[in-house]
Design a protein around this ligand. Structure first.
Ligand code: MN
Ligand code: MN
Length: 280
């Protein structure tokens, strides 16, 4: 009896020691920690802190690759679920991003005035209403691109509303929005730059939305049947209000941008999801 008890104690101590000595072996926990991360599905352009063309910024409620010479983001990535949607009012506090390196140009609220282009959010205001802080973060000018007003207020607003409707009925989503190219048509006609040549007007705006039922272990739950919506719109005031007309494949967006989207998913799953056009 004594021997059995002693053995049990030795075993218990050994297990206790092992479980604390090897925290890295508990990989499930690591996956859980990354769940809902704004960059869970991967960094599309390997954005980093050394390239001014592809500069990584973490603004807590979304992350991005910022292009300093163009003064717009290349892409912005965020996660969206029911917890992000609350009762905070739209803050409308468009402002410079003072956290950029001190010697960089800071786009201001006034930079877009009279240009014929909206201050187009990448991560939308209405996707971040859980707190005033969260909503206010979307009004940093680093989250904006010059976007044709009709495209912003109709086409893109409709897709954003559609996505939040899916969230309200029990889904969560991983979203990346980006832009590329040169020149768009706003209410004052075609422009390639605004703000005395400092801000590039992109020709195309794209978005990729990966939609899964709300739950845990998201990376493992994304499979070959997961719904992915991908759109690519011209930055034109004459664009249709129907976002479905602009549905494309992730492969086409990767080809146009040179990025690798969904790069944290197994290759076989990327191949299937990226070549499929959503039927809506
Ligand atoms: Mn691909
Ligand atoms: Mn990919």
């Amino acid at each position: 009896m004594r021997r059995t008890q002693a053995l049990a104690i030795v075993l218990a101590v050994a297990l206790f020691t092992i479980s604390f000595a090897k925290p890295e072996s508990r990989s499930e926990e690591k996956v859980n920690k990354l769940d809902n991360d704004n960059l869970l599905l991967g960094n599309p352009s390997s954005a980093n802190s050394s390239s001014i063309y592809n500069y990584f910024l973490d603004r807590k409620y979304y992350v991005m690759s910022y292009n300093a010479p163009k003064n717009i983001p290349n892409w912005v990535s965020w996660h969206l679920d029911a917890q992000d949607i609350g009762t905070a009012d739209r803050q409308n506090d468009f402002r410079s991003d003072s956290s950029l390196p001190s010697y960089w140009y800071k786009v201001s609220n006034a930079s877009y005035s009279g240009t014929g282009f909206d201050r187009g959010h990448n991560c939308p205001s209405a996707d971040r209403t859980n707190s005033i802080e969260a909503n206010s973060s979307t009004f940093l000018m680093t989250n904006m691109i010059p976007q044709a007003p009709n495209l912003n207020r109709r086409t893109w607003a409709n897709l954003e509303d559609y996505t939040r409707d899916l969230i309200r009925i029990g889904y969560e989503a991983y979203i990346v929005m980006g832009s590329y190219g040169n020149g768009g048509i706003g209410t004052n006609g075609y422009k390639t730059q605004i703000d005395h040549g400092r801000i590039r007007v992109p020709s195309n705006l794209w978005k990729v939305i990966v939609i899964i039922p709300h739950g845990n272990n998201d990376l493992k739950r994304i499979n070959a049947s997961t719904r992915v919506i991908a759109i690519n719109t011209p930055n034109s005031n004459g664009a249709s209000s129907n976002w479905r007309l602009y549905c494309t494949t992730v492969d086409a967006i990767e080809k146009a941008t040179g990025y690798d989207l969904l790069s944290n998913l197994p290759y076989d799953i990327q191949r299937v999801l990226e070549s499929r056009r959503d039927a809506n």
